[in-house]
Design a protein around this ligand. Structure first.
Ligand SMILES: [Zn+2]
Length: 97
């Protein structure tokens, strides 16, 4: 099991990471979907489908652990602001992507 953002996840939990983060951009937003998918995004660009990589969560542990993330419950996201991580409820899902 993986212990991240105050929750336990299976090693093969699906997660989404934007290509900018995999290219080295800092992580600015971490979202925990209601279906447990964790999204790790730079939030510097508008993200389209082409920008997202689907990976197993264990690949992202080395990215996420140094960030000092707070607990993020399903349906919440954390954004990095000047004062550190701010956890808020996710906006309602839109009908179309
Ligand atoms: Zn990005």
């Amino acid at each position: 099991m993986l212990h991240l953002i105050g929750h336990e996840f299976a090693e093969d939990q699906v997660s989404i990471v934007c290509k900018h983060v995999t290219d080295g951009a800092p992580v600015v937003e971490v979202a925990h979907d209601l279906d447990r998918v964790v999204q790790v995004l730079c939030a510097r660009f508008d993200h389209g489908v082409d920008d997202a990589h689907v990976v197993h969560l264990h690949h992202l542990v080395s990215v996420l652990e140094p960030l000092g993330l707070p607990a993020i419950d399903p349906g919440q996201l954390a954004q990095l602001g000047e004062g550190g991580w701010l956890v808020k409820d996710m906006p309602p899902e839109e009908e179309d992507e």
